[in-house]
Design a protein around this ligand. Structure first.
Ligand SMILES: Cc1ncc(COP(=O)(O)O)c(C=O)c1O
Length: 400
């Protein structure tokens, strides 16, 4: 069939396929060991309070802002982090990804400078680039951004907004120190940068000994949008997330919600509100974290065995990923993906997480929440072999 002559919006030229979703499709093949996605562990997910979703009234249209019970429960939940918001400042979302879409629509015109961490979340890059952001990246260490580089970027590039993932960053695993949070807030206030703070992994804190105060709560002047998700703690298929925002931004965000999908599904809001108000929540999260600790430690041990000589990394203190930097000069990790998939192992190459993909050549992201210890052992052995083979091929003298 010949393809029709499509007249599409100019921005579609910037609409890239998400590498994550492509790899996830390959990773779903039978027998594949996948370290690629960010899927939570099914056996550790809490029991869903389905009884809360049964009232027929929940199947009628609802309000764009969200159910009052959901907004109230989420406002309390956010309050526990140290960010005090009223229910009026909460908007129910179809996953926090929807909040990224709204933030992009609200803040980005073609060429708008936007500050991100380098590396950053791949699907955030996808939507920011679709709307034409001119992305500048602040280099990120284990405890937050390089503050000198950050201030230089703020002063020279004058970004309208910044997108940060301060708790167990995806993909790098960074968790901002208390001091970094204060310093970043001061800089954003000084340069009046709107903060988009994204926190899907806050509740997957495995061993952190400092307060993880949201940076939004430390701002005195700069407006902010705070994003949260239930995907990693209460099943992602529900597509339940939320945002809270500075009062000046809320009316715009509510209109974007109306224009996007009228409102978030009501049974899911009822289930989440029920879980948030229940006394099982604390136990559910403790069980989840305990299970993840075991898996994280198993992955660390398997990585030491198979990657100790070829890569460097820091053990994540939360979140769902290891972020490895391969030693030595190497072909891009993206180029190794096909061979690894052929051998039955999926991973995420580092290129996907940078606005300038070449900056990610030496990196790979590995999820630890899904594989069994046996799969970790054999999958990482296979992956390390693929990398060694690539290194051997590369170091062999080329025929003259
Ligand atoms: C940093 C980050 N933000 C947002 C999301 C999207 O989460 P949700 O399932 O709530 O849309 C993810 C999912 O992996 C993520 O890692």
């Amino acid at each position: 069939m010949s393809s029709p002559d499509l007249q599409l919006a100019r921005r579609t030229e910037r609409l890239k396929s998400s590498l994550v979703r492509d790899i996830l499709a390959a990773a779903a093949r039978p027998g594949m060991i996948s370290f690629a996605g960010g899927l939570p562990a099914a056996d550790l997910m809490p029991q869903l309070p389905l009884e809360a979703t049964a009232a027929p009234a929940l199947y009628q249209y609802g309000t764009s802002e969200g159910e009052p019970a959901f907004r109230t429960a989420v406002a309390h939940w956010i309050g526990e982090t140290g960010l005090q918001v009223t229910p009026d400042q909460v908007l129910a979302l179809a996953g926090s990804q929807q909040g990224l879409d709204f933030a992009a629509k609200l803040l980005i015109d073609e060429g708008t400078p936007l500050l991100c961490e380098g590396p950053t979340y791949v699907a955030a890059l996808q939507v920011f680039q679709l709307f034409g952001a001119d992305i500048v990246c602040a280099p990120l260490g284990a405890e937050g951004p390089d503050l000198v580089a950050l201030e230089h970027l703020l002063a020279t590039k004058r970004p309208r907004a910044a997108y940060l993932i301060p708790c167990f960053q995806n993909p790098g695993g960074a968790c901002y120190s208390a001091a970094a949070r204060v310093a970043v807030a001061e800089l954003f206030d000084r340069y009046n940068v709107i903060l988009i703070e994204d926190e899907p992994y806050r509740s997957v804190a495995l061993d952190v000994d400092h307060p993880m105060t949201p940076i939004c709560s430390l701002l005195k002047r700069a407006p902010w949008i705070y994003l949260g998700s239930f995907s990693k703690i209460l099943w992602p298929g529900w597509r339940m997330g939320f945002l809270a925002a500075h009062p000046a931004l809320m009316p715009h965000l509510v209109r974007l919600k109306q224009a996007a999908d009228l409102h978030t599904q009501r049974p899911g809001q009822a289930a989440v509100a029920h879980w948030l108000n229940s006394d099982t929540r604390g136990r559910d999260l403790e069980r989840l974290r305990a299970g993840y600790r075991v898996r994280r430690d198993a992955m660390q041990a398997a990585l030491e065995r198979h990657f100790g000589a070829i890569a460097d990394w820091q053990m994540p203190r939360g979140g769902l990923f290891f972020w490895l930097k391969l030693r030595g000069e190497l072909q891009a990790t993206r180029a190794m993906l096909d061979r690894a998939l052929e051998q039955g192992v999926a991973f995420m190459p580092g290129e996907a997480f940078f606005a300038q993909p070449a900056e990610g050549h030496q990196y790979l992201r590995l999820n630890y929440s899904r594989a069994t210890p046996e799969e970790m052992e054999s999958g990482l052995a296979t992956l390390a072999r693929c990398i060694r083979t690539a290194q051997d091929l590369q170091s062999r003298p080329q025929p003259a």
